[in-house]
Write a new protein. Structure first.
Length: 153
């Protein structure tokens, strides 16, 4: 997970591999790689010492890496059990088996759901996810067509 969602992006950008085919619709200028690139001395800076920028880049990337590692360890991995239990209980929520109820909001459920649908070979894809927000109100969210899309099934 850490490779797919952190290292691969940096490696691909560093090696000039485009994210997608065709002309991008907009420029991505605030990625970690771009922020590291902005730490290089400007062409017209009198001080062309790259060592200071390199040290700052190491701190920036190290901090981002540790933050992402902490997220996967403390949030993403524990969410798998919640999503798996919700998938197993889906018929208790709705007889169609296409509605998932999570015990709390903010849980990173999308990637887990897509993986579980494949692993368990679910006959019908889930359509809706219900969860309470921090204020105790219930929310409903459509399941997207993919883990990184906005289009609903």
């Amino acid at each position: 997970q850490l490779y797919e969602n952190f290292v691969e992006e940096i490696d691909a950008i560093d090696n000039g591999i485009a994210q997608a085919e065709g002309e991008p619709r907009y420029a991505l200028t605030t990625t970690l790689s771009a922020r590291v690139g902005h730490l290089n001395p400007r062409w017209n800076d009198p001080d062309q010492d790259t060592e200071a920028g390199f040290k700052r880049a190491m701190e920036l990337v190290g901090s981002e890496f540790l933050d992402r590692l902490d997220f996967y360890h403390r949030a993403w991995l524990p969410a798998r059990a919640l999503v798996e239990e919700a998938v197993r209980r889906r018929f208790e929520v709705d007889s169609s088996g296409q509605v998932l109820e999570l015990p709390q909001g903010g849980c990173p459920w999308k990637e887990h759901l897509f993986q579980l649908e494949k692993e368990l070979a679910l006959p019908r894809p889930l359509q809706l996810v219900l969860f309470p927000d921090r204020g105790g109100q219930w929310r409903v969210q459509s399941v997207p067509t993919g883990p990184h899309t906005f289009q609903s099934r």
